[in-house]
Design a protein around this ligand. Structure first.
Ligand SMILES: [Zn+2]
Ligand SMILES: [Zn+2]
Length: 910
């Protein structure tokens, strides 16, 4: 993409909005500004992408929130991050498409509606499939999509005219096209495999829908007698009930302990089935007894062993995880009751050796927290290996990349170990699988509903009951939302998308799937960049969760502090790819920042020197203006602009926020305004230069902040200039000529001098009404000229009677009345290499001040003695906790520092 040039357009664009400089209310009230501003943006269609505009294009698909969702703090970060990118590019002159929409969220939504039905005492089966799906649609129409309204509050600059839903007709067509194509290409198949099964949701889950968690489990050691009565083999298991489904015992072929048993049979206790002892390389000789029980229908590794040895696969559980008829007398028990009963029965037979506590990791359903049961089941799978290889190739050859780059490794790690993806779900809410079966069991997969079996021509076809995994359709999101598989104009204009923003937690869930589908079906890739941010955590870096009681509600924060404050606090903490700490007082601090900007705007509006210099728009800062304050401010502004722009561009909005905050707060609002006040008051050309420079700096700063704080910046810029909106830019253009190292160095000297006098006044508690005379003895001729020309600034900013630049007061000896101009004792300060002399007459009572400082020194000396004695005591140093000792040492260092400071103050007094 080429970068558009950012020249400021003439102020007479055909913008119908009322604008122009106007008065601002005393305080910034987000409530009265945010909603009308957002509505105005919508009315004017500034977020609507128009590919015919001739501008370079920039596009991004919003990760579709679940239709059941509502805005949480994670969304607030994710959306603010995306909004910064969208607004930044829009202001820079790109035609931006940020496409919103929602996900039908299969299991989540079905659970919500099922819970609703449960209140009426009904299940989905009472309604039947069609009525139930109808019910979900009407739930969606009424209560779904609350989050869309909340996105407005957050200021999301999305193109609402292109809003999509994963179950839209068009998106459903894309899903079907992909299913059928993958089937035709041999990349999708139906087969019996061990899958993760949720016995509560009654559906298969993909590997990533299973959350692993440590549970306080056990390891039971069982004895399996050899069939000929010549002894027994010991095996160990954490799920004793699965022994009902054992079809072999496996040992390692090279294990001398068991070599003689391979090929013989054992008698499976409780069921009296004879099962073989097989030798398999997969057996870990070091684990347990070195012999393992093999349960092919309920364990993925055992399934593999069974495949290699042609073993039976006996399923012992119903879909609800209750023992079925294959479990003999244990039939009807749920898996936990069966576990206890099997152990008791084995113990009675003397076949239970021992049961140890053995915490281990167990998979749980990510939706309902039920323990997942591995289960042999007939499902549809995507053959992921070839797709994953294509996605990895796209990353390797730079068609798509991760920001920050370190996440490439995470991605490769996952893709290298990817397993086939189970995509069928035993749910009713979702895209129904487009496969039909005839009475002979032939499978017909087609883009249109088939009238007859593709193999035998039979017409009584039955469609597969299952729906597709939700991630199947969200994996197509960047493609399907632009109209694919149709060759739409949007697809031609905005694909591949520019950026995909997401938290690192769903790189695999979602990003990997989009890359697999996108690279396969529509090269080069679905997006050029994946920009990754972290998770929002509390101030200590702890995860936010209801059980910790540290959850922050973004809607409440926006009510209390305004949207910009929340956005700024989030972005300021969002270092690339890292977790984002958040505490309420940081949002409060950001609100204060918004207020600071507001006050700046009011100051600038109130101090405008007169109508003769205010044509529409801001006057360009006069080029002939040579005041140091103006040159310095323009230089600092240019550096800030460059740094913020580069940081935004490098996916580091946190850095941009820090740079802008520091410039706006301490340089613009503090120094620049203070320096401008006397000049503005004096009037004339200099006042006009001062005002124009200040106004320009504020306008530029607000534009630079707009991607993060859209509301307050827009409101202020509209009040300051006749801009109808700043959402369309222009982005402040580079002005390399404004960088002025000499001005910055001079200003640094000036600031040092001012700071030294202020510090002296504060430390010696000089009352504000006392106005001393200052003599500056400069270090060089250049400095002499600088202080001469800025003497008035120094005088006003430090509340002095007068400032003179020249040699040290006559006599050169401090503290003594001597020579002409000397008026008694004089303090000497050092700053920027210059010497500063302050006559103390009338400023403070020298004797009293010296006595005060002596008392301070004595107190510090006593404290030092105490601290030293404590640390010299070996029993304290050896016995006290390390942290206490460290604290005592730190305190001693503090006391030393304080002493040095007071001693310097004494020296200043001469
Ligand atoms: Zn579940
Ligand atoms: Zn058939």
């Amino acid at each position: 993409m080429t970068e558009p040039t950012g020249a400021r357009p003439a102020p007479t664009q055909d913008q119908p909005w009322p604008a122009g400089r106007r008065e601002l209310p005393k305080t910034y009230d987000p409530k009265t500004v945010e909603e009308p501003t957002y509505q105005r943006w919508l009315d004017e269609g500034v977020f609507r992408a128009d590919a015919r505009s001739g501008k370079p294009r920039w596009s991004m698909a919003l990760p579709p929130p679940n239709v059941t969702g509502s805005l949480h703090i994670g969304h607030a970060l994710d959306h603010t991050y995306q909004d910064y990118l969208a607004r930044f590019h829009r202001m820079r002159g790109y035609e931006v498409l940020w496409l919103p929409g929602m996900d039908h969220a299969g299991i989540a939504t079905q659970n919500v509606v099922e819970r609703e039905l449960a209140k009426e005492g009904k299940t989905r089966f009472d309604l039947g499939r069609d009525a139930f799906v109808e019910r979900v649609w009407s739930w969606k129409a009424e209560s779904g999509g609350r989050i869309l309204g909340q996105m407005r509050r957050l200021g999301d600059s999305v193109d609402w005219s292109r809003e999509r839903f994963t179950m839209d007709e068009g998106l459903s067509r894309a899903v079907r096209e992909v299913f059928v194509s993958l089937f035709e290409q041999g990349l999708l198949y139906r087969g019996q495999r061990i899958i993760n099964w949720c016995p509560r949701c009654l559906t298969a889950l993909s590997d990533i829908e299973v959350e692993h968690e440590e549970v306080p489990g056990e390891l039971a050691r069982l004895r399996y007698p050899l069939a000929d009565g010549s002894g027994w083999i010991g095996v160990a298991t954490s799920r004793a009930e699965t022994m009902l489904g054992d079809t072999a015992v496996a040992v390692h072929p090279d294990d001398p302990r068991y070599r003689h048993l391979v090929g013989r049979t054992v008698r499976l206790p409780l069921l009296d089935r004879e099962i073989p002892v097989v030798a398999d390389d997969a057996v870990d000789r070091e684990f347990g007894t070195g012999a393992v029980k093999v349960t092919p229908a309920h364990d993925p590794n055992d399934y593999e062993i069974a495949e290699r040895h042609g073993l039976d696969k006996v399923n012992i559980l119903t879909e609800e995880a209750i023992v079925n008829a294959n479990g003999g007398r244990f039939e009807g028990l749920d898996r936990y009751a069966a576990r206890r009963a099997v152990k008791a029965a084995l113990a009675e037979l003397g076949l239970l050796d021992q049961v140890d506590h053995a915490p281990h990791s167990v998979g749980h359903c990510y939706r309902c927290r039920t323990e997942v049961e591995p289960r042999l089941s007939l499902q549809w799978f995507v053959r992921t290996r070839p797709l994953a290889d294509q996605a990895m190739a796209a990353v390797r050859d730079g068609r798509t990349r991760f920001e920050p780059e370190r996440y490439t490794r995470t991605f490769f790690g996952w893709m290298e170990s990817i397993r086939d993806w189970c995509v069928s779900r035993q749910l009713w809410w979702g895209h129904r699988i487009p496969a039909w079966y005839c009475p002979d069991g032939h499978v017909t997969v087609d883009r249109e509903d088939p009238p007859k079996c593709s193999e035998c021509g039979a017409t009584d076809l039955r469609q597969d009951e299952d729906v597709l995994d939700t991630w199947f359709s969200s994996g197509l999101w960047p493609l399907s939302t632009l109209g694919w598989p149709e060759e739409t104009q949007d697809l031609a204009d905005f694909y591949p998308t520019s950026v995909l923003v997401t938290g690192y937690d769903i790189i695999f869930f979602w990003v990997a799937r989009m890359l697999m589908f996108g690279c396969h079906f529509r090269p080069p890739a679905p997006f050029e960049v994946t920009a990754i941010h972290g998770m929002v955590r509390d101030r200590e870096g702890k995860k936010m969760s209801k059980s910790f009681g540290n959850v922050i509600d973004p809607l409440e924060l926006m009510d209390r502090y305004g949207t910009d404050a929340l956005r700024f606090a989030l972005i300021r903490g969002a270092n690339p790819g890292a977790d984002v700490p958040l505490a309420e007082e940081w949002v409060e601090g950001a609100r204060n920042f918004a207020n600071k900007l507001w006050n700046l705007g009011r100051f600038v509006l109130a101090t405008e020197p007169g109508p003769d210099v205010s044509p529409p728009g801001l006057p360009a800062p006069a080029q002939e203006a040579t005041a140091l304050a103006d040159r310095w401010l323009r230089s600092r502004l240019e550096r800030t602009r460059a740094a913020a722009t580069a940081a935004y561009q490098d996916y580091d909005p946190a850095e941009a926020a820090r740079v802008l905050f520091s410039f706006a707060w301490s340089e613009l609002a503090d120094w620049a305004v203070e320096l401008a006040k006397p000049r503005l008051a004096a009037g004339g050309d200099d006042a006009r230069h001062a005002w124009a420079t200040l106004a320009e700096a504020l306008d530029t700063t607000l534009r630079l902040l707009h991607p993060v704080m859209p509301f307050v910046t827009e409101e202020l810029c509209r009040a300051l200039t006749d801009a109808a909106t700043i959402t369309l830019g222009p982005w402040p253009a580079a002005r390399p000529g404004d960088a002025d190292e000499a001005a910055e160095a001079d200003m640094a000297d000036l600031q040092e001098v001012i700071a030294a006098v202020r510090r002296f006044r504060a430390e010696h508690q000089v009352p504000p009404a006392r106005r001393p005379r200052l003599t500056i003895s400069p270090a060089s001729q250049a400095q002499a000229e600088l202080f001469q020309s800025e003497a008035e600034s120094v005088r006003r900013l430090t509340r002095l009677e007068s400032v003179e630049v020249g040699p040290a007061p006559a006599g050169g000896r401090r503290g003594e009345p001597e020579g002409p101009g000397a008026a008694g004792p004089t303090a000497k300060l050092l700053a920027a290499g210059a010497e500063l002399y302050l006559p103390l007459e009338g400023l403070l009572d020298l004797d009293e001040e010296r006595a005060r400082l002596r008392r301070e020194l004595e107190a510090l000396a006593q404290e030092r003695a105490r601290a030293e004695a404590k640390l010299a005591n070996p029993s304290f140093v050896e016995k006290a906790p390390a942290a206490v000792v460290a604290k005592a040492r730190a305190r001693l260092a503090e006391v030393e520092q304080a002493r040095a400071k007071v001693e310097a103050q004494v020296a200043e007094l001469g």
